[in-house]
Write a protein that binds this ligand. Structure first.
Ligand code: ATP
Ligand code: MG
Length: 201
């Protein structure tokens, strides 16, 4: 059993995530790719992240139609900030027979050596670094036998840009799956805060 692991904040999930996962699934003949939204409470780069339950459900909506895609709650249910080492330990405990392939974009791969327990990480999973527009993909400093670099179709999409677009009233159609566009709208995610009564004259 070859299991891909796609970790992310998924705030929101977009077609860059989905293309990367699909491409690696096909190229490496993975049986399944499990998407693992990060837990909360969690501050990322000084900003609030949408509640885990919303990020989880958007990930379910986005992946539901692909028979090889699944979503795991391990990081959400553990609570607190997510460390990839914990994700991999938990998935390994749940699926001891699976060979794990952790999929990560060029931006995140560059930071891997600074991750908690980097040495144990490489024992638990292979790492597949995928190309991402705007970032250099290199394996310098990473163990060559545990890291593979993979070119995937270039999708210049980020969750940050999607959130800014929603906030500015601009479209996110075709950047995220249709169901995610509708989910964001239904739950008023990423909208500009209403002017507070305190600041009214
Ligand atoms: P944010 O802007 O909030 O950081 P993001 O678009 O970077 O969001 P994350 O949830 O941070 O999305 O990323 C999860 C994983 O997906 C990371 O490994 C990241 O490198 C990868 N990834 C995100 N967007 C792309 C993309 N367009 N192409 C390839 N990989 C991507
Ligand atoms: Mg990111």
């Amino acid at each position: 059993m070859r299991l891909g692991v796609m970790g992310g904040t998924f705030d929101p999930i977009h077609h860059g995530h989905l293309v990367a996962a699909s491409e690696v699934q096909s190229l490496l003949a993975l049986d399944e790719v499990v998407f693992v939204p990060t837990g909360e409470p969690w501050q990322k780069e000084g900003r609030d992240v949408a509640p885990a339950e919303h990020r989880y459900l958007m990930t379910v909506v986005a992946t539901a139609s692909n028979p090889r895609f699944t979503v795991s709650r391990v990081d959400i249910d553990r609570g607190g900030p997510t460390y990839t080492i914990d994700t991999l330990r938990d998935l390994h405990a749940q699926r001891p027979d699976a060979e794990l392939f952790f999929i990560t974009g060029a931006d995140a791969l560059a930071q891997i050596l600074s991750w908690k327990d980097a040495d144990e990480l490489f024992g638990l999973a292979h790492f597949i670094g995928v190309t991402r527009p705007g970032y250099e993909l290199s394996e310098s400093g990473l163990p060559a036998d545990r890291v593979d670099l993979q070119e995937v179709p270039a999708m210049a999409i980020s969750s940050t840009d999607c959130r800014q677009r929603v906030r500015a009233g601009e479209p996110v159609w075709y950047l995220v799956p249709d169901g995610v566009v509708q989910y964001i709208s239904k739950h008023h995610l990423y909208a500009a805060p209403a002017p507070s009564a305190a600041t009214a004259p």
